[in-house]
Ligand binder design. Structure first.
Ligand SMILES: Cc1cc2nc3c(=O)[nH]c(=O)nc-3n(C[C@H](O)[C@H](O)[C@H](O)COP(=O)(O)O)c2cc1C
Length: 209
């Protein structure tokens, strides 16, 4: 199928078939695509939880508008952003870049100092907002790779972040839940798959200057 056909095929799945599970090989491809996602400066200031545990998902469902996708999909993906960024985080990234790229130490130190100075311009809440925004890029890649693999997905903002943070013990790790998604296979009974997409016409969405 073409890129466009894949996008037409995908939809935010409401009813998953609980008996169908994503294979290890597809899951490995999905993880690698998410790992390769672009992020601001390349810092990857997030963590991605892949939750299969059914008991945990039952508990999380209570704080997710009771949406069936949380428990019925093959996997629940939780995108968490780091709420603070320290100089050590930047040093760690620069250290990794040094190993991966063999770039000159001097250039990398300068780049690291530049990143540190730009981040220091942001307030605490701006930093948390900025790192949360990064997770949406990864979410978008998740939707696209799933469409390519003919795996269904539902992006979800209908959940209580504070409750997720508490249940998944994220706050003590400096993390917060930004957005979640479920992935798996659609149920034949999901009527949404037969509903045409509601989208603005291109002339209302785009402006060419
Ligand atoms: C960030 C985000 C959050 C969303 N949250 C929910 C949600 O909590 N529950 C749900 O059923 N759909 C959710 N959706 C799905 C949208 O309603 C859906 O993508 C939109 O209506 C377009 O339809 P389509 O994706 O099926 O083409 C969300 C989508 C995005 C991108």
């Amino acid at each position: 199928m073409t890129v466009l056909q894949n996008q037409e095929w995908r939809y935010a799945t409401k009813l998953f078939d609980p008996s169908k599970k994503i294979s290890d090989i597809d899951l490995a491809t999905i993880k690698e695509v998410l790992r390769l996602s672009a992020s601001s400066y390349g810092l990857q200031l997030y963590k991605i939880l892949i939750i299969q545990n059914q008991e945990l998902r039952e508990e999380l469902k209570k704080f997710s508008w009771n949406q069936n996708q949380i428990t019925d999909a093959s996997h629940l993906i939780v995108f968490c952003n780091y709420t603070t960024v320290t100089d050590q985080d930047i040093d760690q990234y620069i250290g990794l870049k040094e190993v991966m790229t063999q770039a000159s130490k001097n250039d990398l130190v300068q780049y690291g100092d530049f990143i540190k100075s730009k981040i220091k311009e942001k307030s605490k809440s701006e930093i948390a907002h900025w790192t949360a925004l990064q997770t949406y890029i990864v979410l978008s890649n998740l939707l696209n790779v799933c469409a390519d693999l003919k795996i269904d997905a539902c992006p979800i903002e209908g959940f209580v972040s504070e409750k997720y943070n508490e249940i998944l013990k994220l706050t003590e790790k400096g993390l917060s839940t930004a957005v979640i998604a479920t992935i798996g296979y659609r149920s034949d009974q999901d009527q949404t798959q037969f509903t045409p997409k509601t989208r603005k016409p291109a002339d209302k969405l785009f402006e060419t200057l």
